[in-house]
Design a binder for this molecule. Structure first.
Ligand SMILES: Cc1cc2nc3c(=O)[nH]c(=O)nc-3n(C[C@H](O)[C@H](O)[C@H](O)COP(=O)(O)O)c2cc1C
Length: 218
């Protein structure tokens, strides 16, 4: 296994991104790249990295699945008692990064975070497989466990409480601590890998009358 990390080099020569190619709205540009990304099957196609910061400015980042987007932002679902949720309570701003590396694409999103309303969270919760729902009840996300056994025990309790783990069982309600967040869009950036590290970067920043688009140095 090579530890000569300097020898791992990619050449980014698949495409270019010109100002004239850009959509007027960042979400429209996102959708163009999303369609390209999905032109072949992808594992965890909607995965992105969510970065938050605590009240004292300590950053942390983790993968999450994006469950929807529109001009108002990007939706993610999680445990509202988790570390990320504590961060968001103290500092309701976040960044998301989509790393569509097989396309030489990176998309960055930054903006204010709001909680997704209960009706929308209920609808998404109801669409999840029963096993995931029971897992949601079993996990005190981000808390320390004494061991795997404790987690399995929590799951067994949830199975017992909600009528079994067979899909034909009664509906599993959404836990009060489980819900969604919308990462709003103040800024988005599209990065297209180019040869010799002369990549194309364009940022969209929200301004009073729409979006300001800038080309950034790579
Ligand atoms: C591909 C992938 C997708 C994930 N999707 C989610 C998700 O949608 N929601 C979630 O709460 N955790 C998700 N996780 C787990 C998180 O990365 C993380 O471990 C968890 O949310 C706890 O993070 P926290 O302690 O910083 O709050 C995912 C992990 C991976 C690797």
């Amino acid at each position: 296994m090579s530890r000569d990390l300097g020898s791992f080099r990619e050449s980014y020569d698949r495409a270019v991104l010109r100002r004239a190619d850009l959509a007027a709205e960042p979400i429209e540009q996102f959708e163009r790249w999303w369609d390209e990304w999905l032109s072949v099957p992808r594992r965890d196609a909607t995965a992105c990295v969510l970065a938050t910061a605590s009240s004292t400015g300590v950053p942390s980042a983790r993968w999450v699945l994006c469950k929807g987007w529109d001009a108002s932002g990007f939706e993610i679902y999680t445990n509202r008692e988790s570390r990320k949720a504590h961060d968001l309570r103290a500092n309701a701003r976040a960044a998301l990064v989509f790393g569509w590396l097989d396309d030489d694409h990176q998309v960055r999103v930054e903006g204010p975070v709001t909680e997704i309303d209960d009706a929308t969270a209920d609808a998404y919760w109801a669409s999840r497989p029963r096993g995931s729902q029971l897992g949601g009840w079993a996990s005190d996300q981000s808390e320390v466990l004494s061991g795997r056994d404790e987690l399995e025990q929590h799951r067994a309790e949830a199975v017992e409480r909600f009528g079994g783990d067979d899909d034909s069982g009664p509906p599993v309600p959404r836990p009060p601590y489980w819900g969604g967040y919308r990462i709003g869009i103040d800024r988005m950036e599209f990065w297209q890998g180019r040869p010799d590290r002369l990549h194309d970067r364009f940022s969209y920043s929200r301004s009073t009358d729409g979006w300001t688009i800038d080309r950034l140095s790579p």
